[in-house]
Ligand binder design. Structure first.
Ligand code: ATP
Ligand code: FE2
Length: 331
């Protein structure tokens, strides 16, 4: 049984085709790269509607299938930018009604975790989900993925992107900050904000920008920004690990490709005899395969959505969704 997944919560349009055994037949995507500034919700929506048709064609070609072979369509129902989500939901409904196949709307954040479990073999991890729009420490408990800690203001990726834009390095900032950080080992003191298992990044951003304006070296700032922010992330993950007594850590989301973050988390895991997992880079950031795979799980355990229930959920919380398949895996 084949599921076609459409992702489009922000600037990346992703299409994936995954079978019910978890084989990824295709996963392709296209990102909107703004020439100046950040991502405008309307521009993201236009990007999706412009590229979904050609990406669909490419996805079918890559998988060696035709539209008539698709049995189920899944789409990212939230959380995300309203206009972007609506465009993707409309495309998914059109496909479902045209092909006469069932449809399921899925939670984007859970998509990151489930593609992480699928591609790494992690069974019941503490997940550190770090991206442009989200920063959460998540673990399964009592039928749901519970959020043990999260950012109280902006997401880690957003912080790196804003810093990069303000200092003139462009978007996305994560890879640029990482590259420059590798050239320095001179730590400049920056605010470290952890409250229990929650964290905050906007004070750190402001302080780093102020140091830049007063003449600090960019390389030193990139290094210090990473060391501070990543230490915060490692601390809250360590706390969640100790609290839940789980034995695995899964790093996911677009910021997960950062080598320094990975090294720091791996070291922490070694100290706790916990196994560290990270999906292949192409499945760290937003992708259609994660939506297709979560679509398969959702359909198998809960059946299809009624078309009238496929409206978008802009502030869709990770812990709003029942996860019946986890109990089965654990038995
Ligand atoms: P979400 O909707 O889950 O919040 P997103 O729209 O932010 O996702 P992702 O592809 O998951 O999309 O993540 C993009 C983020 O990852 C951007 O903020 C980008 O700067 C960051 N990023 C990408 N590469 C790196 C890197 N090497 N180091 C740090 N951050 C990175
Ligand atoms: Fe994402």
């Amino acid at each position: 049984m084949l599921c076609l997944g459409i992702e489009g919560t922000a600037e990346k349009t992703g299409i994936g085709i995954v079978d019910d055994k978890g084989n990824i037949l295709s996963s392709i995507g296209k990102s909107l790269i703004p020439s100046t500034g950040g991502i405008h919700p309307r521009e993201a929506a236009e990007h999706h509607s412009k590229h979904i048709p050609e990406l669909l064609k490419e996805a079918f070609e890559e998988a060696g299938v035709e539209a008539k072979d698709i049995d189920l369509v899944a789409f990212s129902q939230g959380p995300g930018l309203g206009p972007a989500l609506r465009t993707v939901a409309t495309a998914a409904r059109t496909i479902a009604l045209t092909l006469g196949i069932p449809i399921v709307g899925v939670n984007h954040c859970i998509g990151h975790i489930e593609i992480g479990r699928l591609t790494t073999g992690a069974e019941d991890p503490v997940s550190l989900y770090v991206s442009g729009g989200n920063t959460q420490v998540i673990a399964f408990e009592e039928n749901r993925y519970r959020v043990f800690g999260e950012t109280l203001d902006i997401a880690i990726g957003n912080m790196l992107d804003q810093f990069s834009r303000e200092v003139g390095m462009g978007h996305p900032g994560g890879p640029k900050v990482e590259e420059l950080a590798e050239k320095s080992s001179n730590y400049i003191r920056l605010p470290y904000t952890v409250k229990g298992m929650d964290l905050a990044f906007s004070g750190l951003l402001t302080a780093a920008l102020r140091k830049y304006e007063t003449g600090a070296e960019l390389e030193d700032l990139c290094y210090s920004l990473q060391e501070t922010a990543f230490s915060m992330l490692v601390e809250v993950t360590e706390r969640a690990l100790a609290h839940t007594k789980k034995r695995e850590v899964l790093l996911c989301g677009g910021v997960a490709v950062n080598k320094r973050l990975r090294t720091m988390l791996e070291k922490m895991c070694d100290g706790h005899y916990a196994k560290f997992f990270m999906p292949p880079p192409e499945y760290c950031g937003d992708n259609g395969a994660m939506i297709a795979w979560l679509g398969q799980l959702t359909y198998k355990y809960k059946g299809p959505d009624r078309i009238e229930d496929t409206t978008i959920i802009q502030r869709y919380r990770t812990d709003q969704v029942d996860i019946p398949w986890m109990e089965e895996t654990k038995e």
